[in-house]
Design a protein around this ligand. Structure first.
Ligand code: SAM
Length: 293
């Protein structure tokens, strides 16, 4: 960044955007504006109205630290510590996957199903809860439906569960109805009682594709949230096996990778008592798999 002694917002936007663009970081200007908004605790409209205003010394110091990290390809959300999901501002750090927009469709599908179910109570299990984004967004939305519920999010990562707990607190989720538990899904032998909705956005990237992911992803996001270190299907297989237990009468909802539809169709064919339906995301990729008995 060109060193101007008292740079204005506009000076920073111009010089930083150019540098991020040179590093092939996508949406460089948006990145800069969002960092400035967080540093100055304002929205983008205010930023535009105050173009000629210089940053205070402390704002400038923080901005420079953050900008250096962004130049090194660290994702914006880890730098600011915030990510938006389903309209809620979640806390994130290096222990959790940054919630993706595609995952919102999974939450939408489940909410639609709950609304149509006519049930007055639903139990939900979120496998691989990470930041808790699915569990908490579901809870907050079900709160408005006059339906009672219990949601348990499990994860193998202690660090992720700490983030999920802090999001539950921060977003005012109902602690009597939403809880998080440390658990490795592969150690679960059987469910002992019925669950209405099992949901999972599991680590689904095959290990042989992991190295070719963008640096922003594979260098910064936890590898255990991205890949199963195998063929990308092991979580689906394990969770479907658990689902086939006769005690479960509910539904199973997965997020899947854009290219996994046929592999999952083959997997479903191994289990006679279940069927699957695929739904597309807004980019026209098959993204959600609903499994029923
Ligand atoms: C793709 S991330 C999904 C996070 C969050 N649900 C979301 O949609 O943004 C997968 C999550 O699975 C967790 N995970 C990995 N291995 C696991 C295991 N064996 N048992 C339970 N959770 C696991 C990871 O820690 C990570 O939080």
């Amino acid at each position: 960044m060109e060193r101007i002694s008292n740079p204005t917002i506009l000076d920073i936007i111009k010089s930083s955007t150019e540098l991020l663009a040179k590093k092939n970081i996508s949406n460089p200007r948006l990145n800069v504006e969002l960092m400035l908004c967080e540093v100055m605790d304002c929205d983008r409209v205010k930023l535009y109205l105050d173009f000629e205003k210089p940053l205070t010394k402390s704002e400038l110091e923080l901005y420079r630290q953050w900008f250096k990290r962004r130049l090194n390809y660290e994702p914006l959300q880890y730098i600011t510590g915030n990510a938006y999901f389903f309209g809620y501002r979640f806390r994130v750090n290096e222990n959790v996957l940054i919630p993706r927009q595609e995952t919102e469709i999974l939450v939408e599908k489940i909410l639609e199903d709950i609304k149509n179910s006519g049930k007055s109570y639903v139990s939900i299990l979120d496998i691989g809860t990470g930041s808790g984004c699915i569990a908490i967004a579901l809870g907050k939305k079900i709160d408005g439906l006059n339906i009672d519920y219990n949601i348990v999010g499990i994860d193998v990562s202690k660090g992720a569960l700490e983030v999920a707990e802090s999001n539950l607190e921060k977003l005012g989720g109902d602690k009597n109805k939403i809880s998080f538990v440390e658990k490795d899904v592969f150690t679960i032998e059987n469910f002992s009682k019925d669950i209405d909705y099992i949901v999972s956005n599991p680590p689904y990237i095959p290990f042989n594709e992991f190295e070719s992911l963008d640096e922003e992803v594979n260098k910064f996001e936890p590898s255990i949230s991205l890949t199963d270190f195998k063929d990308g299907l092991s979580f689906y297989k394990k969770i479907i096996e658990l689902y086939t237990n006769p005690v479960i009468t509910g539904k199973l909802f997965f997020e899947i990778a854009y290219n996994q539809k046929s592999a999952l169709e083959n997997l479903l064919n191994e289990f006679k008592e279940i069927q699957g339906e695929f739904f597309k995301d807004y980019s026209d990729n098959h993204r959600v798999l609903e499994v029923t008995k």
